[in-house]
Design a protein around this ligand. Structure first.
Ligand code: FAD
Length: 456
């Protein structure tokens, strides 16, 4: 018979992703007794490592932008190093099966004009938006009433512009343009520092990777919290009685003064709350559905595309692979291409078929040498068995204006963190850290301490 352990703590943190580990770290360093309860049998959440040709690579979060100072502080705390994302040379563009080796933004002249026209319109709308309370924008109701796709149609966006925006939507929200609200798109772009910043490698969101993978970093952070991290313990119930909150998993019952839930909003409602959360919190959970994005890695003896002056960056409207990057450890090899794959043309197939589809498209993009792969691996976030989905919620029309204000509003003794709740860089690891710090600070204040801002 299984026995249930009964414990107590000042604070229980639900979720051992970067937000949860940060919140716990801040509170432990302030002297509080903290337990972290994680449903998966590993830490990291949407940060995960896998291996290809003996090289560890990031199946989840990878890049750190120059302004992601919270993330950079964490890397330097553990003596980590960055590797600049390789981007020297030309990109490959393939729309409608026509492959062009040029700068990645080089479309036909009329397509370029249309793309800049639409990007400028997007940026103008972005400029006036309040990031922390987008529902307060005077035009919020209208901007939130339509999907990004409907807006593009209203702008008479040309086919290539739409394909470009689809790629942007798939990689950021794991969903096509018709599934995300325009207000969500604008708010997200603003929160990441503008569209140019989002697209850039040097000086932008794709600037650096972490040497030895991001997962290695979160694992080291989790190591400092041992033995406070309980893995393989999905939280089933959170019950508030008077001044105490009880967190129950199959194996643990923990009494605490406060709980910080860091599960992505869609997964909050998998927990049974007593008393029930106010109704809008369930609405939030229903409408903040996580998208689905898949990553495939293909290894070659060397990064052969570099010999032809190619950067390994490609953009495509293929139904499987829509974006590639060169994540080779060095010019000597192995050469590793990382491919972002559209879950709709990828997730339903078995591994052999996925591999066949990815390599077939890499041959189209990079020529015959791409057929001779040394190794292949992939990961589908939509098919993950616990807390599936990623990278970000595909927030549909009307969800921000109806439920957005409840994202981080505490309910009794329960506080909320997670990258989605961050005011800046939400959707990134940096946002996850900021949200963890904010929730830790809220709880510490209620426990009678004021936390020092942003300890590194
Ligand atoms: C494919 C992909 C690529 C990405 N690329 C980048 C990138 O290049 N740069 C970047 O900055 N960000 C990137 N991201 C986003 C980044 O991974 C996230 O923003 C960040 O890791 C979120 O951290 P979090 O702690 O808020 O949430 P999570 O990592 O989702 O952590 C939440 C945790 O809660 C746990 N949980 C859920 N429900 C329960 C429950 N009932 N009981 C117990 N535990 C529970 C989950 O298992 C999970 O571990 C990417 C994400 C994906 C999927």
């Amino acid at each position: 018979m299984n026995t249930v352990s009964t414990r107590s703590a000042d604070v229980v943190v639900v979720g051992a992703g970067l937000a949860g580990l940060t919140a716990a770290d801040e509170l432990v360093r302030a002297g509080y007794d903290v337990l972290v309860v994680e449903g998966r049998d590993r830490v990291g959440g949407r940060i995960l490592t896998t291996e290809i040709a003996g090289v560890p690579v990031d199946a989840g979060a990878t890049w750190v932008a120059p302004g992601h100072t919270a993330m950079r502080d964490l890397v330097s705390r553990f003596g980590g190093e960055f590797v600049p994302q390789f981007h020297q040379g030309n990109g490959v563009l393939s729309f409608g099966g026509r492959r062009r080796i040029e700068s990645i933004t080089a479309l036909a002249p009329w397509s370029m004009v249309d793309l800049w026209r639409v990007l400028n319109k997007v940026q103008k709308l972005v400029d006036g938006l309040p990031v922390s309370a987008p529902w307060e924008h005077p035009d919020a109701a209208r901007l939130d009433a339509m999907s990004f796709g409907e807006w593009l149609t209203g702008q008479y966006a040309l086919e290539d512009t739409r394909k470009f925006m689809t790629m942007l939507s798939l990689v950021h929200w794991g969903a096509p343009v018709g599934d995300v609200s325009l207000l969500n798109v604008l708010r997200y772009i603003k929160n990441l520092g503008g569209i140019e910043h989002m697209l850039a490698v040097e000086g932008g969101d794709q600037q650096d990777r972490i040497l030895g993978t991001t997962y290695n970093l979160v694992n080291r952070l989790a190591g400092t919290l041992e033995p406070r991290v309980l893995l393989g313990s999905p939280v089933e119930r959170i019950t508030t009685t008077g001044e105490r909150v009880t967190i129950e998993t199959g194996a643990h019952t923990i009494e605490a003064r406060y709980a910080i839930v860091t599960a992505s909003p869609v997964h909050r409602s998998t927990i049974e709350f007593t008393p029930a959360l106010p109704e809008p919190h369930y609405g939030l959970s229903r409408t903040w559905r996580l998208g689905a994005l898949s990553k495939a890695f293909v290894a070659y003896r060397r990064p052969f595309w570099r010999d032809e002056g190619l950067s390994g960056q490609a953009m495509s409207d293929d139904e499987t692979v829509f974006l590639t990057f060169d994540v080779s450890p060095s010019a000597d090899g192995p050469g590793i291409l990382m491919a972002f794959c559209d879950a709709r043309g990828f997730d339903a197939y078995d591994e052999d078929e996925r591999r066949r589809r990815v390599i077939r498209h890499l041959v189209h993009l990079y020529g015959e040498p791409a057929r001779h792969a040394l190794d292949y691996t992939d990961f589908s976030w939509g098919n993950d068995t616990f807390a599936p989905g990623g990278p970000n919620p595909a927030v549909g029309p009307k969800a921000w204006t109806t439920f957005g204000r409840f994202l981080r509003e505490p309910v009794g003794l329960v506080h909320w963190a997670g990258t989605e709740t961050a005011d800046e860089t939400s959707g990134t690891m940096n946002g996850a850290i900021l949200s963890g710090r904010r929730a830790a600070s809220e709880v510490a204040t209620r426990l009678g301490r004021v936390l020092e801002p942003a300890s590194a």
